[in-house]
Each structure stands twice: as structure tokens, then as C-alpha cells.
Ligand binder design. Structure first.
Ligand code: ADP
Ligand code: MG
Length: 591
């Protein structure tokens, strides 16, 4: 064995570049991301030399002259400072790796000027040397990358044809342009212009600029907000008469970052189920706005893969957003298209040899007339998969009905985050928030003919004792009736395939445990025990902080129950301390 020695910085960067820079399109992606992060409203991209030379000019903030040499140093970034920032990333870049990697595999020249200086800086990074000089230049930054992989023969050998590499670059630019309709992009290849967009911020117009009217005329707007979970989805999906022969035209963004997202792809499949012929896919541009702390973008060096905090929620939310978009239109009134033989303006300019069969296909409408109705198909599906949003909505509607009944309740606050204190005409009422909510949910579930259940995309494998598995197996039918579909996985494991939709946020193992505890010893009352479990697990917990508004809602809906005084397990729910007792304690005669 040879002795150990430290690798040179350039070699370390080359190794890192292996992860971040796979091909020329990765360089384009990284540089465009930097331009976007710098607040640019105009980004011009020129590609030449078999896609090995890339020039990107932006009109963004520019780089402080003293900082320009730092951009090539690994882990040098202006975008995050401490660990907390890592869980709250609002920029596209944050790892401070891209430029260090790029300059280890290509010659990089950077020109940059900020508005605070009337001169700019030019820096050349080549063969681990950095040369810097003052220069007059426009506001913003120009990055010139030359001879990508000049020192990496193995990688160079694996590059595909100019046309193919350019098609990858084109996709990167299209994604960037779709994610930021407020930025004007231009892309040229070997001197000829391939794409040019204006910057008016309208996504539909942006889609038209990129893909033409035959696409933009066939889109339905998607927009849905889940205030409780702080998620918003916006964008467009094609109507079912317009299809693509691959999933390439489904583009997903999270906080305007292009991502690969199997959960959302699955949800789109589900949203279009029974609406598209086999082997046909929709066109879609969807952006999720979600709190940066609910999604981890640091899962992969290229930042393309993300981790959702709650994938099941995203799945159901997406399905219902697509449903909403598709059921809002009446297809029979739409114009009828024959297979479209007109080439699309943008896609045909640089189609790579791999994409031969990838032509747009517009469904002949007559095929759909024989189907019962788009809405009916979807409605069936919606019964199986629905989002938590609709339920909350339902609750609210229920509340509104009873709104005027109890105006005399004044919520004072919460004691130990467990008891709601209410001023009533009689005195002080103390309500156990968990069991009050449980009462409401229990009665609500009892009154429902069918319990909305949620198909789980990700099921946890739950380990149990063999007799516990038996117990659940023996009550399988009853569980199914109330929204739980279980599957035995060997002698001591089960998974849930569906759970009642109101439990979408509850730990699956906790649900299993509670079902077992409640059914065990109460076998003749199993059905009721299942309902009690659902209500109990879905109810607000003891120790949960509530806003006054939430407490008010909870109390209103509990007051409207048929049996507000005892919980389904028989415990008391509230206790009133009469005002006269309080007055007596303080030796007050008046009240
Ligand atoms: P990261 O984007 O992860 O911070 P990079 O290596 O891509 O890392 O860039 C390093 C730094 O260079 C950035 O943090 C930013 O401060 C600066 N920078 C790079 N490109 C630009 C640009 N076009 N405009 C302004 N600043 C830039
Ligand atoms: Mg970057």
C-alpha cells in the first residue's frame, strides 16, 4: 500500500465536478441559476464549439470586485451563512460548488460589475490559476466557459453529438424560462437564434412563446391552495384531447426550482386516469409554493431531487388540484382537433436523434364521445382519493350553519395547551380540547354513509405481535367499511393501503396500535371502536397550542353535537365553575 497524501485542490474539485457537472447542459443549468439568484431580468445564452463553449450574460446584481476571485473557491457562497439557513433555502444555489467545479474542467472567464462601481472586474480561471484585471463592462455578469472537459478525456469521449447535447441544454433553458416567466431569455446555437422570450410574467404567454399556440390553446389552469398546510399549486395541464407520447413535457417546479418528482408524476397519472389512452401523457407545467422548511432541496448535489416532509399530502393535493382543473371545463364544447401535422415552432428546431417518435399528438375528439363523461369518470376516482383540504372545507361549512347559536361564548384562552377556558353567562367553563373535538368527529363520522379514505402512496411497514396481526386480519371487512384497508405482510407485519382521509397526517403505526387497543376486548363493539379510534386519532391533541380562532371553531362545533357532555369513551368533556361560586370564594356579594 502507498502512503497517504492530501489531494490537490484542483483534483478535489475535479472529483466534485464529476457529481455536479455531468455534461455541458449541467454547466448551463448552474450558470443560469446564478443569474436568476442575482435578480436578473434578462439572461442571454450562446452555445458553440460542439456545446463545449458557453457564454451566459445577465443583467443581475453583479459581483463585488473584491469577491470576484472568491467565486471559484469551493464552498464560497453569498447565499447561506449558517445551519439554519440550510433549512430555509430561497435561492437556487447554496452549496458554493458550481463555479469551483466548472473551473476545474474548463477555462472560465468572468466579467462582472455592480451598480456601486463604474468599473468592472475580469477574472480568468484556467489550470488552477486565477488572473484578475479591471475592465469597463455593463452592469451584471458575463460568464464565458470554454473547452468543457478539456482535461477530462474520458468524459469528453462520452459526450454525444452536438445536436443531442444541445437538446439537453435546450431543455434546461426551457425549464428555466417556464419557471421564471418574468425573466427574458434568449438562446442561440452556433450563432443562430433558437429561442427568445419576453419578460411579462405571464406563464401562459411564456408557454406560447416556447411551444406555440397548438399547446397553449389546449391548456387548463391549475390553481389550488391549502392554507392549513401552506401549499399552493399553480400552472397548466393540457386537456385530455391533447396528449404527448412521453412524460417529457411534464415539468414540475418547487418554489420555481425545476425538480424530478416521482410523487407528483404519480399524482398526475392518477389525475388523468381513464382520461388518456394508454401510452399518452399530458403536457403540464406545475409549480408548488411551499414553505422552504417543508421540503429538503439538499438531497442531491445537482439539487434536482427533493424530499417532501409529507409526500402523501402532496400526492392527494396534486390529484385534487388536477381534478379541479379538468372538471372545470366542458370538453364537448371544445373545438375538435385532428392529429396535428403542423410542426411546433420550437421543438422541431433542434430535435435530437433520440427523440424521433416524440411528436405532438392531438386526440381526435370523437374517440371520447363514446365515453360516458369526463366528469363522471373523475368523480368516481375522487371518491377514492381526496385531499385533506376538502374536508377542512366541509368542517367549516358545518360550522357556518351553527354560527349564530352560541354567541355568548367568549374564549378566554388555553390552560396548559390542553383545556379551553370559556366565559359563559353561567361562569367559567373548562373544556378538554381533545375529547371535545373527538366527540364532534365521532358524531360526524357516525352520520356519514361513507368514510372518505385516502389511498396511501407510501405505506409504513408496521411490526406487530402475530396475535395483533390476527386481530386486525379478523376485522378486515369492518376496517374496510370505515376506511382502513390493511394488508398482512407475513406473520408479524402489516401495512395500510388506505386510511380514513382525516388521518392523513397521523403516524400509521400509532393508528394501528390504537385500533388494536380499542378493538381488543371489545370485539362485539368492533365497528364502534374503529370509529372511536378514527375520531380520537384525528382530534386535536392535548398539549397542542391553538389560536383563539381555532379554539372558537372547536368549541362551536362541539357545542353543536348531540351529546356534548361525554366523550365516546365515557369521560366528561367540560366542567362549569358557576360565577356565584367564584364570587363566594372572593367574598363578593354583588354577583
Ligand atoms: P452558489 O450558487 O451555490 O453560491 P456558485 O459556485 O454557483 O455557488 O457561485 C458562487 C458565488 O458566486 C455565488 O454565491 C454568488 O455570490 C456569485 N455569483 C456567481 N454567478 C453570479 C452572477 N451571475 N451574478 C452575481 N453573483 C454571482
Ligand atoms: Mg450557483
Amino acid at each position: 500500500m502507498k502512503r497517504i497524501h492530501q489531494l490537490s485542490v484542483n483534483l478535489i474539485n475535479q472529483i466534485a465536478a464529476g457529481e455536479v457537472i455531468e455534461r455541458p447542459s449541467s454547466v448551463v443549468k448552474e450558470i443560469i441559476e446564478n443569474s436568476i439568484d442575482a435578480g436578473s431580468t434578462k439572461i442571454d445564452i450562446s452555445i458553440s464549439n460542439e456545446c463545449r463553449n458557453i457564454r451566459i450574460a445577465d443583467n443581475g446584481s453583479g459581483i463585488h470586485p473584491d469577491d470576484v476571485p472568491l467565486i471559484f473557491i469551493k464552498h464560497a457562497t453569498s447565499k447561506i451563512e449558517n445551519e439554519n439557513d440550510l433549512w430555509n433555502i430561497s435561492t437556487l444555489g447554496f452549496r458554493g460548488e458550481a463555479l469551483a467545479s466548472i473551473c476545474s474542467i474548463a477555462k472560465v472567464t468572468c466579467f462582472s460589475r455592480t451598480s456601486d462601481f463604474d468599473y468592472g472586474v475580469k477574472v480568468i480561471a484556467e489550470n488552477s490559476e486565477i488572473k484578475e484585471s479591471k475592465i469597463g463592462c455593463a452592469l451584471g455578469t458575463v460568464m464565458e466557459i470554454e473547452n468543457i472537459f478539456y482535461n477530462q478525456p474520458a468524459r469528453l469521449k462520452f459526450l454525444k453529438s452536438d445536436k443531442t447535447e444541445f437538446s439537453y441544454i435546450q431543455e434546461v433553458v426551457v425549464q428555466a424560462a417556464l419557471s421564471r416567466p418574468n425573466i427574458a431569455f434568449s438562446l442561440s446555437h452556433n450563432g443562430s437564434n433558437v429561442l427568445k422570450t419576453n419578460s411579462d410574467g405571464n406563464l401562459l404567454l411564456r408557454i406560447k412563446e416556447i411551444s406555440g399556440e397548438s399547446v397553449s390553446d389546449n391548456l387548463e389552469a391549475v390553481e389550488k391552495t391549502d392554507r392549513e398546510n401552506n401549499i399552493k399549486i399553480t400552472g397548466y395541464v393540457s386537456n385530455p384531447q391533447f396528449t404527448r407520447s412521453s412524460k417529457k413535457d411534464i415539468r414540475i417546479f418547487v418554489n420555481s426550482r425545476p425538480v424530478k418528482c416521482p410523487v407528483v408524476l404519480k399524482a398526475i397519472d392518477m389525475g388523468f386516469k381513464n382520461l388518456l389512452p394508454i401510452g399518452k401523457f399530458p403536457y403540464a407545467v406545475l409549480n408548488f409554493e411551499i414553505s422552504p422548511s417543508d421540503v429538503d432541496v439538499n438531497a442531491h448535489p445537482t439539487k434536482k431531487e427533493i424530499r417532501w416532509q409529507n409526500p402523501n399530502l402532496i400526492f392527494n393535493f396534486t390529484v385534487s388540484a388536477i381534478d379541479k382543473a379538468l372538471t372545470s371545463v366542458n370538453y364537448s364544447k371544445k373545438e375538435v382537433y385532428e392529429n396535428d401535422s403542423n410542426p411546433l415552432p420550437f421543438y422541431n428546431t433542434a430535435k435530437s436523434s433520440e427523440d424521433k417518435d416524440d411528436t405532438y399528438f392531438v386526440q381526435n375528439y370523437n374517440k371520447y364521445e363514446s365515453k360516458p363523461s369526463v366528469q363522471v369518470n373523475y368523480a368516481d376516482k375522487f371518491r377514492q382519493v381526496s385531499s385533506s383540504v376538502s374536508l377542512n372545507f366541509e368542517n367549516k361549512k358545518l360550522l357556518e350553519i351553527n354560527e349564530d347559536n352560541n354567541q355568548s361564548d367568549v374564549i378566554i384562552g388555553q390552560l396548559k395547551d390542553t383545556y379551553i377556558l370559556i366565559e359563559t353567562p353561567e361562569g367559567l367553563e373548562i373544556v378538554d380540547q381533545h375529547i371535545a373535538d373527538e366527540r364532534f368527529l365521532y358524531e360526524k363520522l357516525l352520520s356519514q354513509k361513507e368514510i372518505t379514505s385516502q389511498l396511501l402512496l407510501i405505506s409504513d411497514v408496521i411490526e406487530l405481535e402475530p396475535e395483533e396481526v390476527e386481530l386486525l386480519e379478523n376485522n378486515k371487512e369492518k376496517l374496510l367499511k370505515f376506511g382502513y384497508e390493511i394488508k398482512k405482510e407475513g406473520d408479524n407485519k402489516i401495512i395500510f393501503k388506505r386510511i380514513p382521509q382525516i388521518l392523513s397526517k397521523t403516524s400509521q403505526a400509532d393508528i394501528a396500535r390504537e385500533l388494536i387497543n380499542n378493538i381488543n376486548g371489545n370485539l362485539d363493539d368492533a365497528e364502534n371502536q374503529i370509529l372511536i379510534t378514527t375520531a380520537c386519532k384525528a382530534a386535536v391533541k392535548a398539549g397542542e397550542k391553538l389560536s383563539i380562532w381555532q379554539a372558537e371553531e372547536l368549541i362551536k362545533r362541539w357545542r353543536a353535537t348531540k351529546n356534548p357532555q361525554v366523550c365516546p369513551h365515557g369521560r366528561p368533556i367540560s366542567r362549569v365553575i358557576p360565577i356565584k361560586d367564584i364570587a363566594k370564594f372572593f367574598y363578593r356579594q354583588d354577583k
